[in-house]
Design a protein around this ligand. Structure first.
Ligand code: SAM
Length: 243
């Protein structure tokens, strides 16, 4: 069992599983990614309408999933991760990104540099409260006043995730969850406010397996634009700015 989330993706096998199993074609996470990509592009385009030049930092960039989309749309792109095995995948995909192998919470090699866009996907849900605090402490001074930080929480407690959590709990295991309120409490002490947030994934994950990812995705897309549905969606994406 990994005690510190920092060590969670260090092993080669974990990195391989992340790239080839979790994000295998038509998996549930792959479907979430179809939706996240569109959202990221929309948000970067909004930001481009407000700011002339964008330098982007992808914190915990891992295999470069998010960075690969971001680097195509911004002027400068930096990705940082503590797991070299994850960065190995990123190096094969990224063409315009400065990749840094470091733990910024321990050694802030980007001290003094500022970014108009900071992304942090699939980082906070499974990090301990202490690590979340350390990450936000190091990221906050790096975001410009007119910049945006975009992050996700892929485990909203008020979604289908609650049933998985109960299932785990009955077996004596813990499953991490989050919510809009939880995310807000996490970022506000660091001088951020949520400008807007989105949600995707109302249909239970198992339906994707039974009925196929494409059809369930189409249904979830429709649900995602209905009012209030984001509150009961599995994957929450937050767009934040400095308060
Ligand atoms: C689940 S992966 C997400 C990767 C990528 N952001 C994505 O969404 O595909 C989490 C990543 O965060 C990295 N990580 C965890 N703690 C970190 C830290 N203190 N500094 C840099 N990276 C860290 C891990 O090594 C891992 O690659």
């Amino acid at each position: 069992m990994v005690r510190d989330y920092r060590d969670s993706h260090i092993s080669r096998e974990k990195s391989r599983r992340y790239e080839e199993d979790i994000y295998r074609k038509n998996s549930y996470d792959d479907a979430l990614w179809w939706w996240e990509q569109g959202l990221l592009k929309t948000e970067i385009n909004i930001l481009k309408g407000q700011i002339n030049s964008i330098s982007a930092l992808d914190f915990g960039c891992g295999t470069g999933r998010i960075t690969a989309v971001v680097e195509q749309m911004v002027d400068n792109s930096v990705g940082v991760d503590i797991a070299d095995s994850m960065l190995e995948y990123a190096r094969t995909k990224l063409t315009r990104t400065e990749l840094i192998f470091a733990d910024l919470t321990k050694n802030d090699v980007l001290k003094g540099r500022e970014f108009q866009l900071i992304t942090a996907f699939r980082i906070f849900l499974n990090s301990s409260p202490a690590l979340r605090h350390e990450i936000l402490t190091v990221l906050a001074p790096k975001l410009t006043c007119d910049g945006r930080m975009i992050f996700n929480m892929h485990g909203n407690i008020w979604s289908q995730r609650v049933f998985t959590k109960i299932y785990f709990w009955l077996r004596g295991h813990q499953l991490n969850t989050s919510s809009y309120r939880h995310a807000r409490h996490m970022i506000v002490p660091h001088g951020f406010v949520i400008e807007r947030f989105y949600g995707f994934g109302v249909i239970p994950k198992i339906f994707y397996r039974i009925f196929g990812a494409r059809s369930m995705y189409a249904l979830d897309r429709i649900l995602s634009v209905l009012p209030l549905m984001k509150y009961i969606s599995f994957d929450l994406v937050f767009v934040c700015k400095k308060s």
